[in-house]
Structure formats: structure tokens, C-alpha cells
Design a protein around this ligand. Structure first.
Ligand code: MRU
Length: 338
């Protein structure tokens, strides 16, 4: 099954909060349900958010259609609620805007636009993963490859067929070039442990889970040839917003002379934003830090920082790979032999 689909007037998806222990299917029929699923991360990952946003607008257009007359103001208000459900991934607003552009042609046209966003997502990500695999092969002289990834940039983070960074790992595995993948658990919500390990396990790709703070040490021990991650927003100068912890990985990778490759569709590139300082980084509930999977691990009154993302400066990134191009910031790490 794909991560997101349209069936009988509903957005159908797997509840990512329940994975890996339960595979609960959600059928979302209202904008409220889509917004709620996005906010609690039942639907997550930048490309998936774009597709969900587009289908959310399709739901709004059907809801506010009375005898062929769509209440456009009401749909636009719902679209704004969808687009602002999470602020950092530019794909969400992009997907909403793609669907909204068809609004004057009626609800069927809006749905057709959302279905196109979904199909495009598959096409863009597939090409980006092939391009990224080629780039990684060129950067890393040793075989087989030991790759490290953070968060989940797999099929679950997209419309569902391939993923971005994890899709590149799958592509390299299909080429029989992967020895193992190191999976950062990705606190606080454990997308690496819960989702990436689940996807790699199902694909039969050898992998080992580590706590986030082990990554630098594993690099120092020579166990990582390349870091491969996704992105939530890439600004015009090449700065990259991605899951909190990516910046630290990039600093460690640069220190150890290890390339870090970002894989994303062009819909993640925000040319309108000059640099990463302008990106709004989502701050989430402190309980996500004070608790692990709902279980308290700190005194209830402890104050916490909980930024969901960080911004890695362009010069720390070796290459940003999309379906259309490879961006290599000046002064980036080129890769090194084991
Ligand atoms: O908070 P999340 O789980 O939505 O964060 C997801 C990430 O940071 C991913 O790395 C990013 O969206 C790219 S997914 C292809």
C-alpha cells in the first residue's frame, strides 16, 4: 500500500504514530481530520505533507460545494488552516497552492490537481533517488557502502512509493552496494527507530539502530562512508532545514571528512527565501522531550527546548540532489577513502 491515497472521497493513510507496532489505517474525510493528522504527525515528512495538503484542499472544495457553486472564500480559509498546520516544510504550502490553483474550475478539478501532486511526487522522488545514488557512488570510493541516515525520509515521508534519502539507500541496495545502514533513533519522536528501521526491515536491508549521540563516535571509528538525509526546506543559498540533529551530524561529518548528501524533490526548494535564518522552525510541545513514548523521563515541571528542525548552513552540505539538479556548495567536503 502507498502512504497516501484517495479512495471513495477520503484521504487514506497509515497512522505513523502507531508504527511499528500497529498498522492502523486512517480514512480522513474532513479538513479538521487532515489538520489533526498533520499536527500529531500521523502524516509527516515534507513530501507527504505536500500531498496531504493538496488532498485537504480537495476535501474542502467538496465540502463547500452547494449545487455546483463553490464557496471559494470558505475553501481558501480551510486551505490556510491546512498550510499553516506545520510551518517548516515548504512542501505543505506548495501542495495546498497546487490544488488551490484549480479552484475556479470546481471540486473535480481540485481533486484532479491533488492526484497530479501525488503522481508528480512519485516521479520526482524516483528520479531524485537515482540521481542521489549516482552522486554517492561518485563521492565514496570504498565498497560496500556504510551509510548513516537520520529521521525518516522513506516511502512513509512521501506519497509512498520510494522516499527521498531512504529511497537513495534502496537504489544503492538494489545496485548491491550497501553493507549496512546506521539509523539514528531521532529523538524526541523516534522517527528513525520506529519508521526507518521498519522500512529497512521490510526491504531486507541490513541496518543497525543507534542513539543520536553515537553518530559522531561511529564516524570517528570509520564506520560511516556517507550521511544521507532528506530536507524540509532548502533556501536559495543552499541552507537546509531538516529534522533536529541534522546540523550536528553535518558538523561531525565535516570534521571527519565524510560527505553528507541531501535528497529532496524540487518542491522542497524555496527560492523565495534567501537563507536559512529566515526559516520558521517549528517548536513542539515540551512533553515530547519530558516523555519518551508517553512515559515521563523528567520531573513534570522541567522546562524544555523542543525545536522539531534545525538549519544546516550550505557550506556544511556536500551536495543537495533533486530530480532536476545537483547543488554542490563551495568548500563542501568531497569524500575520503576509508
Ligand atoms: O517532523 P517530521 O517527522 O515531519 O520531520 C521529517 C523530516 O525532517 C524529514 O527528514 C524531511 O521531512 C524529509 S522527508 C523525505
Amino acid at each position: 500500500m502507498r502512504t497516501l491515497d484517495w479512495e471513495d472521497g477520503a484521504l487514506v493513510t497509515i497512522d505513523q504514530c502507531a508504527l511499528p507496532h500497529r498498522e492502523d489505517i486512517l480514512r480522513l474525510r474532513t479538513v479538521d481530520e487532515v489538520v489533526e493528522a498533520i499536527k500529531r504527525l500521523a502524516i509527516r515528512g515534507a513530501p507527504a505533507l505536500g500531498v496531504a495538503g493538496a488532498f485537504g484542499v480537495a476535501i474542502a472544495a467538496r465540502t463547500h460545494d452547494a449545487d455546483g457553486r463553490v464557496d471559494e472564500a470558505a475553501v481558501r480559509a480551510e486551505a490556510e488552516r491546512l498550510a499553516s498546520a506545520r510551518p517548516t516544510a515548504v512542501n505543505l504550502r506548495w501542495g495546498v497552492d497546487q490544488a488551490l490553483a484549480a479552484l475556479s474550475d470546481g471540486p473535480d478539478a481540485v481533486l484532479a490537481a491533488a492526484l497530479r501532486v501525488m503522481d508528480e511526487d512519485d516521479r520526482m522522488n524516483h528520479q531524485a533517488t537515482v540521481n542521489a545514488a549516482d552522486v554517492i557512488v561518485g563521492l565514496c570510493p570504498d565498497r560496500p557502502l556504510r551509510l548513516l541516515t537520520h529521521c525518516n525520509a522513506g516511502a512513509l515521508a512521501t506519497a509512498g512509493l520510494r522516499g527521498t534519502a531512504l529511497g537513495a539507500v534502496f537504489e544503492l541496495a538494489e545496485r548491491k552496494l550497501v553493507e549496512f545502514v546506521i539509523v539514528d533513533e531521532t529523538r524526541p519522536l523516534l522517527q528513525g527507530a520506529r519508521l526507518t528501521s521498519w522500512e529497512l526491515g521490510k526491504a531486507g536491508i541490513p541496518h543497525r539502530l543507534c542513539v543520536d549521540s553515537a553518530a559522531a563516535s561511529l564516524m570517528g571509528r570509520g564506520l560511516v562512508d556517507c550521511v544521507v538525509v532528506g530536507a524540509d526546506r532548502i533556501t536559495a543559498n543552499g541552507d537546509v532545514a531538516n529534522k533536529i540533529g541534522t546540523y550536528g551530524l553535518a558538523v561531525s561529518a565535516a570534521y571527519h571528512g565524510i560527505p553528507i548528501v541531501v535528497v529532496a524533490p524540487e518542491s522542497t526548494v524555496d527560492e523565495s527565501m534567501g537563507d536559512g535564518k529566515l526559516i520558521e522552525v517549528e517548536e513542539r510541545d515540551a512533553d515530547e522531550v519530558r516523555r519518551v513514548l508517553g512515559m515521563p523521563v523528567a520531573p513534570e515541571a522541567t522546562e524544555a527546548f523542543n525545536p522539531a528542525f534545525d538549519v544546516t548552513p550550505a557550506e556544511l552540505i556536500t551536495a543537495v540532489v533533486t530530480e532536476a539538479r545537483v547543488m554542490r556548495p563551495q568548500g563542501a567536503v568531497a569524500g575520503r577513502a576509508r
